[in-house]
Design a protein around this ligand. Structure first.
Ligand SMILES: NC(=O)c1ccc[n+]([C@@H]2O[C@H](COP(=O)([O-])OP(=O)(O)OC[C@H]3O[C@@H](n4cnc5c(N)ncnc54)[C@H](OP(=O)(O)O)[C@@H]3O)[C@@H](O)[C@H]2O)c1
Length: 337
C-alpha cells in the first residue's frame, strides 16, 4: 500500500510518499480502506516537529480519517465489512476521564495515523459514521468535531438559548458553529476577514467581530450580550486571546482552553477568573462515547461539516501548506481513490 511518512527528520520536505506491506487485521482488529483524511493544526505541528520533538520516525501522520471496513480479524463483533467508519483520536479512550495510558494511544503520533491507503485498528478504536455524510465530511469528525462537542456539550453542558463565543473560522470553530445551530445556541464569532464573517453569518452566526479591526473585541462581545457576556468561550487562540476571552465571558461562565494559535505562554490578570468565578476547562479532544453521542446528533439533524477543499492523496503536502497559510474556512481534506 501507499502511505505518506515523516521519514528521516521533521519538516514538510521530509513528508514522503512510501510503500509499506498491506496491513492485515489481527485478532480483534479491523482493516480500513481509507477514503478521506482531514487535517488538523496538530498534524501540521507534528510534521514540523513542534508538537512532539521526541516523536519516533518514520511516522504516518494525521489523526483523522474515514473509510470502509474491508476485512475483520478473529472475534470482531462491533463492525462488519462494508461499514463506514472513522478511527477515534485516542484509540484506548472509550469513556470517562483521560489518563496517561489512554492518551498514549493517539493516532498520527505517537501511533501511526490515517494518511495511508490501508489502516488496521482495534475494533474498539473505530466508530460507525452518520450515513448521510460523504467520506470527506466524515473525516472531519474525530478531532475537530469531537473537540467542539466536548467543549459545548460534554464539559460545557450548554443548552438551547445559551450563547457561545467562537474564535476564527478554522476547523474546530466552524464545526462548533454548526453544532451550535444544532443545539439551539446563539453563536458569536471572530475572524480576521469580513468575507469569512459573512460566510459564518450564512451558517447561523448572529454576532460577527473582526478581531483585526477590533483587537479589544471583548467590548463588542459585551455589547452583543447586553453587557452580560457569553456563557462559554471556545478558546482556540490561547495566550494572545485569553484575556479578551475572560473579559467576554459572563460571571460563572466557562472558558474552554483548546488551542494556541496565538501563543502558548499566557500572562493573565487572575482577578478576571476569581472575581467572576469563571471556570477554565482544558479540553483534549474527547472519548469515543462523546464521539458516538455527537454522531447521533449529526445524523438526527443531517448536519454536514464544512469542507474548504479536498486535495488528492498524491498532493498531500499541498494540504499542509494550505493549513499553514490559514486561508481556509472550515476543514481541509485529502481524498483517496
Ligand atoms: N485541545 C484539543 O483537543 C484540540 C483539538 C483540536 C484543535 N486544537 C487546537 O485548536 C486550535 C485550532 O485548531 P484548528 O484545527 O481549528 O486550526 P485551523 O483550522 O488551522 O484554524 C485556523 C484559523 O484560526 C483563526 N485564528 C488564528 N489566529 C487567531 C486569533 N488570534 N484569534 C482568533 N482566531 C485566530 C484564523 O481564522 P480567521 O482566518 O477567520 O481569522 C485561522 O484561519 C489549534 O491551536 C489546535 O492545535 C486543540
Amino acid at each position: 500500500m501507499r502511505t505518506w511518512e515523516i521519514q528521516s527528520g521533521f519538516g514538510l520536505a521530509n513528508l514522503r510518499l512510501a510503500e509499506r506491506p498491506d496491513p492485515r487485521p489481527g485478532p480483534g482488529q479491523v482493516l480500513i480502506r481509507v477514503r478521506a483524511v482531514s487535517l488538523n493544526y496538530r498534524d501540521l505541528l507534528m510534521v514540523e516537529g513542534k508538537y512532539n520533538p521526541k516523536q519516533k520516525l518514520p511516522l504516518i501522520p494525521c489523526s483523522d480519517g474515514a473509510g470502509e471496513v474491508v476485512a475483520i480479524g478473529e472475534g470482531v463483533t462491533r463492525v462488519r465489512p462494508g461499514d463506514r467508519v472513522c478511527g477515534i483520536f485516542a484509540q484506548r479512550w472509550i469513556a470517562g476521564e483521560p489518563d496517561r495510558e489512554r492518551l498514549r494511544s493517539t493516532l498520527g503520533g505517537p501511533l501511526d495515523g490515517m494518511l495511508a491507503e490501508l489502516v488496521a485498528l482495534p475494533e474498539e478504536g473505530v466508530v460507525v459514521v452518520p450515513p448521510h455524510l460523504t467520506w470527506e465530511e466524515a473525516a472531519t469528525l474525530p478531532c475537530a468535531g469531537v473537540t467542539a462537542w466536548s467543549a459545548l456539550v460534554t464539559h460545557g453542558r450548554l443548552t438551547a438559548g445559551d450563547t457561545v463565543l467562537l474564535q476564527g473560522t478554522g476547523g474546530v470553530s466552524i464545526i462548533a458553529l454548526q453544532l451550535a445551530q444544532l443545539l439551539g445556541l446563539r453563536a458569536l464569532i471572530t475572524s480576521s476577514s469580513d468575507e469569512k464573517l459573512e460566510r459564518a453569518r450564512q451558517l447561523g452566526a448572529s454576532g460577527l467581530i473582526n478581531y483585526r479591526q477590533k483587537p479589544e473585541w471583548s467590548g463588542a462581545v459585551r455589547d452583543l450580550t447586553g453587557g452580560a457576556g457569553v456563557d462559554l468561550v471556545v478558546e482556540v487562540g490561547g495566550a494572545g486571546t485569553l484575556e479578551q476571552s475572560l473579559r467576554s465571558v459572563r460571571m460563572g461562565g466557562t472558558v474552554c482552553l483548546i488551542g494556541n494559535l496565538a501563543g502558548l505562554m499566557a500572562q493573565v490578570p487572575l482577578a478576571l477568573v476569581f472575581m467572576q468565578q469563571v471556570r477554565l476547562q482544558g479540553i483534549l479532544v474527547g472519548h469515543r462515547e462523546g464521539f458516538e453521542a455527537m454522531n447521533r446528533a449529526i445524523a438526527q439533524h443531517g448536519m454536514r461539516p464544512v469542507i474548504d477543499r479536498t486535495v488528492p492523496f498524491e498532493d498531500a503536502p499541498a494540504a499542509f501548506e494550505l493549513m499553514a497559510a490559514s486561508g481556509h474556512f472550515g476543514k481541509i481534506c485529502i481524498g483517496l481513490p
